[in-house]
Design a protein. Structure first.
Lengths: 351, 182
C-alpha cells in the first residue's frame, strides 16, 4: 500500500516504527519489515527522517524544569487514546485569530474534498473571505475570489483562502494552482506553502508544491519567494537563504530532496500548460514529473531509485494518456516498469 | 557445499564462508538499515557510525561467526547493545565537554536553524500530560528502556510506546502548525 495519498498515514506509521525500534528486543523479522516499509515509498523515509529530527529536537529542548513531579504524575489520567492536541482542545487561538483553524496538512484537505466535493462541482465558484476549496484526483477547478482575483486548481489540490484588509492569503499545503491576481497595492497577495511563501501584488503565476519540491512559474509581473516563511522542517533544510525574485516567463525550482538545497531559475514560455491538460517539462527531475502525474494517474507511480529520481526529464505528458506515456518511458530512458499486484507502477533503473 | 570441498586457491574469496567475509558481506547488505537503526538510539550520525564499527568488530570476535542466519539475527541485537554502551559513555562525557567539535560539519547551518525551533519545542514539551512527558524524557534524555519506564510509571510497555508516539506526534504537528502560521 502506498501512502502517496496521505502523508498523515506515512507519518503516523513512521512514529510507530521509530518507537518500536527503541525497544530492547527487536526481532530480525521486524527489522526486515521496517526496511521494506522504508523502501516502499520515498514518503516513508522522509517521514522517518522527520521523526528522527523531532526526537533529537525534543531532547535538545528538554530542561530539568519540564520534568513532571510525582504528585503531578499521580493525578494524570491521560491514556494516550487521543492525540495530546485534542486533549487540550478546545483551545483558544494563540496569537491572531487567523491561527484558529490550523491547516494541518494536505490530507485534511483531501478529506474536505471528499466530503464537500460533491456539491461544489459547479465552476467557477465565488469564494468568500475565508473558504476552503479542493479538487479530487484528475479534477481541475476554477474559482473567483471576492477581491477579483481568480484561482485555478490542478488535481488533488486544496487551498484555504483568507481575505483580510491587510493581506490576501492562500494556503497551499500541496498541489498545484494558477493565480490571476487583481492588483491591490494595499493588500499583498500571499501564497503560503510548507516549502516557502510566495508574495505578489498584481500578477499571474503558478505554484506547484510537492513534499520536497516547489516550483513557481510566473507568466505576468513579479513574485518573491521567501524560503524562510515555511514549515519548521523546510526551514531546517533551507538553511540561511535570502528571498528569491522571479519575473515573467521565469520558473524557480526549489529542490529540498538532496544533501543541500538547490534553487534553479529557468526561463519558460508564457503558457501554463497544465490547464490544457498537458504537462510540459524541460530538464526537470523525474521525481517532479512523477509527483505531478500522481495527482492524475489511476494507480500511483513510484520511483525506486534515488539516481533515477534526479534524472532530468524533457518532454510532454498528456494527462488523458498517462498510460501511453508510461509505456513510452523505457524506450527513451534507462527505465524499467514493474507493475505490482495492486496496480502500483514502480519505475526502476534498467540493468 | 561444505568447507572441505572448497579449493582455497581457485575459489573466489567471497564464496568462502569464513567469518570475516561473511560479516563484511552482511554489513554491506545492511549498512544503510543498520546506520538508520543506530541513529534511532543515538543522537548523531557520528555516534551511529562509531557504534556500527564497534558492532562489526564484536561480530568478528564471536566464536561462530560463519553462520549467516545467526549473524543476521544478532547483527541488530549486538548493534543495540553497542548503542546502549555508547549512550552511557556519552552521558558521562557530555557532563565534561558540552559539545563535540567534529560533529556538526556539513549541517552546521541547519543545526543553527534547528536551535531556533528549540523555544517552540520547549513549549510543546511542557504541554504534554505528565506521564507522557516523563516517558519521553526518560527515554530520550536518560536512555531508559521501554520496560524500565513501564515499571517506573506502573503501566504496560504498550502504554509507554503509545505515550512516546503521542509525544513525538504532538511536537511534530505542533511544529508544523507553527511553521504554517508564519
Amino acid at each position: 500500500m502506498s501512502d502517496l495519498r496521505s502523508p498523515t498515514l506515512a507519518r503516523s506509521a513512521a512514529r510507530r516504527w521509530f518507537v518500536r525500534l527503541l525497544d530492547d528486543e527487536v526481532t530480525p523479522e521486524e527489522i526486515a519489515q521496517w526496511q521494506s516499509w522504508l523502501a516502499a515509498d520515498p514518503a516513508h523515509s522522509e517521514a522517518f527522517e522527520r521523526v528522527k529530527a523531532v526526537w533529537d529536537l525534543g531532547g535538545e529542548a528538554a530542561t530539568d524544569d519540564v520534568r513532571p513531579g510525582a504528585a503531578e504524575r499521580a493525578a494524570d489520567r491521560y491514556d494516550g487514546s487521543v492525540p495530546v492536541a485534542q486533549l487540550r482542545a478546545p483551545q483558544p487561538a494563540r496569537g491572531t485569530p487567523w491561527r484558529a483553524p490550523p491547516l494541518r496538512i494536505a490530507a485534511s484537505i483531501a478529506i474536505v474534498a471528499l466530503v464537500f466535493g460533491g456539491w461544489r462541482m459547479q465552476t467557477p465558484t465565488t469564494v468568500d473571505a475565508a473558504d476552503l476549496l479542493a479538487t479530487q484526483r484528475a479534477e481541475h477547478r476554477s474559482a473567483d475570489l471576492a477581491d477579483g482575483s481568480r484561482v485555478q486548481l490542478g488535481a488533488l489540490t486544496g487551498v484555504q483562502v483568507q481575505l483580510t484588509d491587510a493581506e490576501r492569503t492562500v494556503r497551499l499545503p500541496r498541489g498545484q494552482a494558477f493565480f490571476v491576481v487583481a492588483p491591490d497595492k494595499q493588500r499583498p497577495f500571499v501564497v503560503r506553502t510548507p516549502l516557502g511563501t510566495v508574495t505578489a501584488v498584481g500578477t499571474q503565476f503558478d505554484v506547484d508544491v510537492g513534499p520536497d519540491l516547489l516550483s513557481v512559474t510566473v507568466t505576468e509581473g513579479t513574485v518573491v519567494l521567501d524560503p524562510r516563511r515555511s514549515s519548521w522542517w523546510a526551514r531546517m533544510l533551507h538553511g540561511a537563504v535570502d528571498p528569491v525574485r522571479i519575473t515573467a516567463n521565469q520558473r524557480l525550482l526549489v529542490d529540498l530532496s538532496g544533501a543541500s538545497p538547490a534553487y534553479v531559475v529557468q526561463s519558460v514560455g508564457d503558457a501554463i500548460p497544465w490547464q490544457s491538460r498537458r504537462l510540459e517539462y524541460r530538464n526537470e527531475p523525474l521525481r517532479a514529473v512523477v509527483a505531478d502525474i500522481n495527482r492524475y494517474a489511476e494507480h500511483p507511480v513510484i520511483v525506486r531509485d534515488a539516481e533515477l529520481n534526479r534524472l532530468g526529464y524533457t518532454g510532454t505528458v498528456q494527462l488523458g494518456a498517462i498510460e501511453q506515456w508510461l509505456q513510452g518511458l523505457p524506450l527513451a530512458f534507462p527505465i524499467q516498469i514493474v507493475r505490482g499486484e495492486d496496480g502500483v507502477v514502480v519505475l526502476t533503473r534498467k540493468s | 557445499m561444505t568447507r572441505a570441498e572448497r579449493d582455497p586457491i581457485f575459489d573466489e574469496p567471497a564464496d568462502r564462508p569464513d567469518g570475516q567475509s561473511q560479516v563484511e558481506r552482511l554489513f554491506r547488505e545492511h549498512n544503510d538499515a543498520l546506520l538508520k537503526f543506530l541513529r534511532v538510539r543515538l543522537h548523531s550520525d557520528a555516534d551511529a557510525r562509531e557504534a556500527a564499527q564497534e558492532a562489526y568488530i564484536r561480530l568478528l570476535q564471536l566464536d561462530t561467526p560463519d553462520q549467516v542466519s545467526f549473524l543476521r539475527a544478532y547483527l541488530f541485537k549486538i548493534a543495540a547493545n553497542v548503542a546502549t554502551d555508547l549512550l552511557r559513555r556519552r552521558a558521562v562525557q557530555t557532563k565534561v565537554e558540552t559539545a563535540e567539535p567534529d560533529e556538526v560539519p556539513a549541517s552546521q547551518e541547519r543545526a543553527l536553524q534547528a536551535r531556533q525551533q528549540l523555544g517552540a519545542v520547549q513549549a510543546l514539551l511542557a504541554q504534554l500530560p505528565p506521564n507522557c512527558r516523563e516517558a519521553f524524557l526518560r527515554s530520550r534524555c536518560d536512555g531508559w528502556s521501554t520496560m524500565q519506564i513501564a515499571q517506573h510509571l506502573g503501566v504496560s510497555d504498550r502504554m509507554v510506546r503509545l505515550y512516546l508516539v503521542r509525544a513525538i506526534e504532538h511536537i511534530e504537528t505542533g511544529l508544523d502548525d507553527d511553521g504554517a502560521a508564519r
